[in-house]
Design a protein around this ligand. Structure first.
Ligand code: PGA
Length: 239
């Protein structure tokens, strides 16, 4: 695990775009693992600007998103489908058939998603944000590390954290479907970006604490190729 600390959030996020761009330049049909949330928005903006400048071509790039709410209308602007369209897919030349997000409508959907990832040859680089409780994707603190894509019941802290995107906390869906820790650990490279003082504790426990499913991101200490990009505020407890 390596980590880099940047002066501000924008620089940390843009460094993340550079790492993802390098994957696309190495292999034009690379498989990106994508994340939603506020954190990676500047990363997507930078990727879009590199596409617009003619530096990157997304025509053969394939992608698998980490997660999605269950039971949400994908046209709803707070769905992760809508987020990805808004921030990346509608702005680069990715082909619709190369874009994948999990769907939690039936019990078999998780296994089907895992099979699709395997058939694509696995994820080359998995982008991650982190929750204040150390979650990655919707893998919340619990007693064991979930392996494959699965339906989860959101914790109260995640519902409250995500309520800012809805008109009230009551409207936040109670369930989501998420890649498991096994999926994330199977990616050939992992890129976690954390910015802001409210992530400092989770970052400290991820990097310096014991590996425990109570801090899901701590498992990344065991990944052979994990890069963590931080702004000064998120790194403030690292000493
Ligand atoms: P955020 O979410 O980027 O909106 O803070 C990250 C996460 O909860 O994984």
């Amino acid at each position: 695990m390596v980590f880099h600390v940047y002066e501000d959030a924008k620089s940390a996020c843009e460094a993340g775009a550079v790492l993802m761009a390098a994957e696309i330049l190495k292999r034009d049909d690379c498989v990106l693992g994508l994340a939603t949330g506020s954190t990676p928005i500047p990363t997507y903006e930078k990727l879009v600007s590199m596409y617009q400048a003619g530096i990157l071509d997304f025509s053969n790039v394939r992608s698998f998103n980490l997660d999605e709410y269950v039971g949400i209308d994908y046209a709803n602007p707070v769905s992760y489908h809508a987020f990805m369209n808004e921030n990346l897919f509608s702005k680069v030349n990715m082909k619709q058939e190369n874009i994948h997000l999990p769907d939690g409508c039936t019990d078999e959907d998780g296994a089907r998603y895992d099979k699709a990832i395997r058939e694509a040859g696995g994820v080359d680089i998995q982008l991650l944000g982190i929750g204040r409780n150390g979650h990655i994707g919707f893998n919340e603190p619990c007693d064991c590390f979930p392996i494959g894509t699965h339906v989860v019941t959101l914790t109260e802290s995640t519902i409250q954290a995500n309520a800012r995107f809805f008109s009230s906390a009551d409207e936040v869906p109670r369930k989501a479907i998420s890649m498991g820790i096994g999926n994330i650990m199977s990616a050939r490279a992992v890129l976690l970006i954390a910015t802001g003082a409210d992530k400092a504790d989770a970052v400290y426990r991820t990097i310096c604490g014991p590996v425990t499913p109570q801090v899901p991101a701590s498992v990344l200490q065991l990944h052979p190729c994990c890069t963590i990009l931080l702004d000064k505020a998120a790194a403030s407890k690292l000493g």
